[in-house]
Design a protein around this ligand. Structure first.
Ligand code: R1P
Ligand code: GUN
Length: 242
């Protein structure tokens, strides 16, 4: 148990750690999801209505960090939506909880090893664009990774090619096709007056921004700001709720 706990808090994750966790999960579920959905604050209910539901608590999954923030349930949920297998994270990990970004992004590596191809990431964030209203949903078209500028980046350190290249291109980080799909569908549903598109900025938190900081981030080109790390290579798009 001590070793298991020590591993959970170890700040780096090797390929073998990821493989062990992936094999542990795949030997316990028949789901083989191609889509992963990360539920931000209060959005865990997205996983409530899946069929053939199978839930694992983070604390039972080898090497997985645990959720320490209210509103983040701490469960990995497998299930089907319209016949398609999906995996949901009911609760994510944040830098401000004391986890390294390697640990924060650990589930993304597990998803990759499982065969996931599309990741939908959702989170609560603060609106900076003056046209936005509280409760609006922003589809992220690009981001500014402020901690990354300061050397807080999960890809720092030796690069393991089994996960990808050393210098990933970020000019098309969020799938144009999927973003268009979201905007088309929400327009069809009559939601256009509260669905926006914009640039998300990540800060470390846990304090919210001062007025001067919020103004600065907006001048720098951000439309919303949050404490969530989305800079994964395989991510396709995400929503952020103001
Ligand atoms: O939706 P989550 O992941 O909780 O994200 C945002 O909401 C929390 C603050 O209200 C912070 O954790 C921030 O990053
Ligand atoms: N950094 C930051 N994170 C948030 N999460 C929810 N609202 C906010 C906000 O205003 N700022």
């Amino acid at each position: 148990i001590h070793l298991k706990e020590a591993n959970r808090h170890r700040n780096c994750c090797s390929f073998d750690d990821c493989k062990l966790t992936t094999e542990w999960l795949l030997s316990r579920t028949r789901h083989r999801p191609k889509i992963a959905i990360v539920c931000g604050s209060g959005l865990g209910l997205l996983a409530d209505n899946v069929s053939n539901k199978q839930t694992f608590r983070y604390e039972d999954i080898p090497n997985f960090p645990v959720s320490t923030v209210p509103g983040h349930e701490g469960c990995l949920v497998f299930g089907q939506i319209k016949g398609k297998s999906c995996v949901f994270m009911q609760g994510r990990f944040h830098l401000y909880e004391g986890y390294s970004l390697c640990k924060v992004t650990f589930p993304m590596r597990i998803f990759k090893l499982m065969g996931v191809e599309t990741i939908v990431v959702t989170n609560a964030s603060g609106g900076l664009c003056q046209d936005f209203k509280v409760g609006d949903i922003m589809v992220i078209k690009d981001h500014i990774n402020l901690p990354g500028f300061a050397g807080q980046h999960p890809l720092c350190g030796p690069n393991d090619e089994r996960f990808g290249i050393r210098f990933p291109c970020m000019s098309d980080a969020y799938s144009k096709d999927l973003r268009k799909l979201v905007l088309d569908i929400t327009a069809e549903l009559g939601y256009s007056n509260f669905v926006r598109e914009g640039v998300y900025c990540m800060v470390s938190g846990p304090n919210f921004e001062t007025i001067a900081e919020a103004r600065m981030l907006h001048i720098l080109g951000s439309d919303s700001v949050g404490m969530d790390y989305h800079n994964t290579r395989r991510k396709k798009f995400f929503f952020t709720k103001q």
